[in-house]
Ligand binder design. Structure first.
Ligand code: AMP
Ligand code: ZN
Length: 466
């Protein structure tokens, strides 16, 4: 079945066909590890993971690379301010490498909690300095860069077109720019690909231009080419990457290889808070840990992200996230009810669900609509293992770990329930599925005699100690 994906490069939904047979090569811009990743960042990685899962569901083999920025990302995405890693290191009185390791570890743990599959290749910028240096030399050799007292700059006037991703009008922007343009630059939008390190700069490497370090955009050009080749299928990132980071990546690759590296450029819209941007610099960010403290599981946050299409912004509120937690509980209960059900559903109904789900996810990853189909299945009055199996099949894309529903429900109960009570609960669940109401009431009384109150709520059965 066709897959259509919105491509920022062409500004429309294009038919997706991999460049190389059954293999999809995909590169995702990863985190800058100077602080905790916030839930806004994770919206981007949940999108990346769901996209990859959708491609795998369509039987493609995905070669996935994600970078870790541990050097060179200055405070602004263009060339202003201090290196974020070094700034954090000074603040925390640690070495930049220690900062990078600490936040990378936590980032990876959070990815796991969100059930985000680890990309096959995780490439750290500091481990690819020689590849980047090579890239700079090629750009210079091809006449696309020049040296100033500050570093090596990319000369955008040498390109056939700049920008190609965004509609921004360079002239207007230059006129309205508030920052003073470096007089050594040939064009105001020229950007540093290699930066000469000031005396007190910690992270620096030998180069033909003395001790220096790479510009932020360079790592993605060099590492994507190293692992995926000069041209590959998909490049992902947040919408904030469109005007500068990805534009400059394209410029660099054109400078070195004469090609736009990726065929599809896909961008996820921002998670907002109180209607405004959620970002570290504004100080209005939440982490998964803070959500957990309020009783919202990472997977509930994943489900919350499915309430909006990836190309529309999503406003975060704790009430909204709590609704997703309740919805997740209902989904787990619903899955278990079907798992325990005995009814036989016509194959055409099951095939219908499957076809609609596939059509929906293949239409530019329309997960909110796909969730509509999931809920329809959960609500199906006929409780059947066929639906439970299909929910697990769809979960290959959704990544909600439904197979472990029972475990999560028990953990949620947050009380140590004796085996005997659990057994009675199971029997009662079965009785209710089989509509044996008398037996169900009898079992409820038995459970009560053992000191527990059973309640039948919309979210399923709950248990409270008396
Ligand atoms: P950073 O660590 O700042 O380089 O950002 C990592 C990723 O998170 C990038 O893909 C950004 O585009 C993305 N990102 C940052 N803030 C948000 C947000 N509020 N909502 C969605 N994605 C975001
Ligand atoms: Zn990048």
């Amino acid at each position: 079945m066709d897959i259509k994906l919105y491509n920022t490069l062409t500004r429309k939904k294009d038919n997706f066909i991999p460049l190389n047979g059954n293999e999809v090569r995909m590169y995702s811009c990863g985190p800058t590890v100077y602080s905790y990743a916030h839930i806004g960042n994770f919206r981007a990685y949940i999108f990346m993971d769901t996209l990859k899962r959708m491609l795998e569901y369509n039987n493609y083999k995905v070669k996935h690379v994600m970078n870790i920025t541990d050097v060179g990302h200055l405070e602004s995405d263009s060339d202003e301010g201090e290196d974020k890693m070094e700034k954090a290191a000074r603040k925390e009185n640690k070495k930049p490498y220690e900062i990078a390791q600490y936040y990378t570890d936590i980032f990876m743990q959070d990815m796991e909690k969100l059930n985000i599959e680890k990309p096959g290749i995780i490439a750290k910028a500091t481990e690819h300095i020689s590849d980047m240096l090579e890239f700079v030399k090629e750009i210079i050799k091809n006449g696309y860069a020049y040296e100033t007292s500050k570093g090596i700059y990319f000369d955008i006037s040498k390109l056939d077109k700049y920008p190609v991703l965004s509609n921004r009008n360079i002239e207007d922007q230059i006129a309205g720019a508030r920052v003073e343009v470096d007089p050594e630059k040939r064009n105001p939008f020229d950007f540093a690909i290699w930066i000469k390190a000031p005396e007190n700069h910690i992270m620096k490497w030998e180069s033909p231009w003395g001790l220096s370090y790479p510009g932020w955009h360079l790592e993605c050009s060099a590492m994507s080419r190293k692992y995926l080749g000069e041209t590959f299928d998909i490049h992902t990132g947040g919408v904030d990457h469109i005007p500068t980071h990805h534009e400059n990546e394209i410029a660099q690759s054109k400078g070195a290889c004469g090609k736009i590296p990726a065929k599809f450029w896909m961008h996820v819209e921002f998670l907002q808070v109180d209607g405004g941007k959620m970002s570290k610099s504004l100080g209005n960010v939440y982490t998964l840990k803070q959500l957990k403290e309020k009783g919202i599981e990472p997977l509930a946050y994943r489900l919350f992200c499915y309430t909006a299409h990836y190309r529309t912004s999503l406003n975060f509120t704790f009430e909204g996230a709590m609704s997703s937690q309740k919805a997740l509980n209902r989904l787990r209960e619903g899955y278990l009810k079907h798992k325990e059900g005995n009814e036989k559903i016509d194959k055409s109904v099951i095939d219908g669900y499957k076809m609609r789900f596939l059509e929906t996810i293949n239409d530019d990853l329309n997960i909110p609509s796909a969730m509509g189909i999931v809920w329809e299945m959960v609500r199906n009055a006929e409780k059947s293992k066929q639906i439970a199996d299909l929910l697990l099949d769809f979960d290959k894309v959704l990544g909600l770990d439904l197979i472990n529903s029972k475990k999560y429900i028990e953990e949620q109960a947050d009380i140590e329930i004796p085996e005997e009570v659990l057994k009675l609960m199971e029997e009662r669940k079965k009785a209710r599925v089989e509509k044996k109401w008398e037996l169900s009431d009898k079992l409820r009384d038995e459970i009560q005699n053992m000191g527990y109150i059973v309640k039948d709520t919309k979210e399923g059965m709950t248990l409270e100690k008396m």
